[in-house]
Design a protein around this ligand. Structure first.
Ligand SMILES: NC(=O)c1ccc[n+]([C@@H]2O[C@H](COP(=O)([O-])OP(=O)(O)OC[C@H]3O[C@@H](n4cnc5c(N)ncnc54)[C@H](OP(=O)(O)O)[C@@H]3O)[C@@H](O)[C@H]2O)c1
Length: 316
């Protein structure tokens, strides 16, 4: 199959559009012909080799963990999908190399779900990793409830835009951080308060409007942002980080409950997200899409750290 692959770790100049072996279909696998491949920051971290210690890999290494497409074939033990089904999936495996920047991917059937009917393949491919991350952080790890207030850091980015909408769908009030140029975007997503983290101290801004503190913080950046976020929480508040485990005693003051999420594939959670998308409760914000051959340009844009919503690759 044709795919964007690397033969060694490095910059975007290592990406090559070339023929690689088709992925093999095992008994529990679903072979998907890919029509859209979503981009995530983990893709450039894998490309440059900075996650080499965390994941075994094979070269040629096809990048990409998100896909939407049409089921081409299924293994004999598969019961939920058949050829012709339109699906989307977060395709992370135990090793990196058989990714989604190519014509085909194989995933266990539990990773896949029917694609939302109201959006096309490219937009659908921008959903799985980012939306599952927000879901697992806000529904599983912190169990956000109606009436609570949630601070979402990085609210204008790929994960943050889903986090704002998932928190809203659960009846919470959302405060989002982003630079001012993106505040209209945050309002449209449903954030009732916006903080320009480049101009003001976010803890002071939260305490100004919520003197007793808020219920939940959703962190994507770790470091100082994560540590200082504790001061925005009310006693007994919850804080979830996607960047680093909040493990030391600083995160255990005042009955605060810290959590860390490393997103897992889940077809059943994707099916719930699909219903929210088709029901109009979650919009999929796509800043741009690129042909497969322009994966390097797409990754360059992603690496600026300034994307609004998501980026994805289009395949025929
Ligand atoms: N643990 C996990 O399983 C997991 C899963 C998914 C993602 N992640 C990690 O989460 C991070 C974000 O992922 P993503 O896909 O959302 O990235 P992204 O789409 O590239 O995020 C871009 C957005 O981040 C905003 N931003 C950058 N620095 C900020 C800051 N200090 N405060 C507030 N907003 C800031 C930018 O807005 P402005 O231009 O306004 O600054 C931009 O809109 C990445 O490091 C990723 O690896 C972890």
């Amino acid at each position: 199959m044709r795919a964007i692959a690397i033969d060694e770790f490095g910059g975007n100049d290592r990406l090559e559009l070339k023929d690689v072996a088709d992925p093999k279909l095992g008994p529990d696998g679903v072979l998907i012909r890919i029509r859209g491949a979503g981009l995530n920051p983990v893709d450039h971290k894998i490309r440059e080799g900075s996650l080499d210690a965390a994941f075994p890999h094979v070269f040629p290494l096809v990048l990409g963990w998100d896909a939407a497409g049409v089921v081409e074939a299924v293994g004999p033990a598969v019961v939920r999908f058949a050829p012709g089904d339109e699906v989307f999936a977060y395709c992370r495996k135990h090793f990196v190399g058989e990714g989604t920047y190519g014509e085909y991917v194989v995933v266990p059937e539990d990773f896949a779900a029917p694609k939302p009917e109201s959006i096309d393949f490219v937009r659908a491919s921008a959903v799985p990793l980012a939306a599952l991350t927000a879901w697992q952080a806000l529904v599983e790890a912190t169990a956000v409830r109606a009436g609570e207030t949630v601070l979402v850091h990085g609210a204008a980015g790929g994960v943050g835009a889903f986090a704002v909408q998932i928190a809203r769908a659960r009846g919470a009030q959302v405060i989002g951080t982003a630079s001012s140029a993106k505040h209209d975007f945050l309002r449209d997503l449903g954030a009732s308060e916006q903080i320009d983290y480049t101009e003001v101290d976010f803890v002071e801004a939260v305490r100004d409007s919520h003197p007793d503190g808020i219920h939940v913080v959703f962190d994507l950046f770790g470091g100082d942002t994560l540590r200082r976020s504790v001061d925005a929480l009310a006693d007994g508040g919850r804080i979830v980080s996607l960047a680093e485990p909040p493990v030391d005693d600083h995160f255990r003051q005042r009955e605060i409950k810290p959590a860390y999420v490393f997103v897992r594939p889940s077809g059943s959670q994707l099916a719930e997200l699909s219903r929210l998308i088709d029901g109009g409760e979650i919009r999929v914000e796509l800043e741009a899409s690129y042909p497969l051959a322009e994966a390097a340009q797409a990754l360059e844009r992603l690496e600026t750290g300034r994307v609004q919503g998501k980026l994805a690759l289009e395949l025929e």
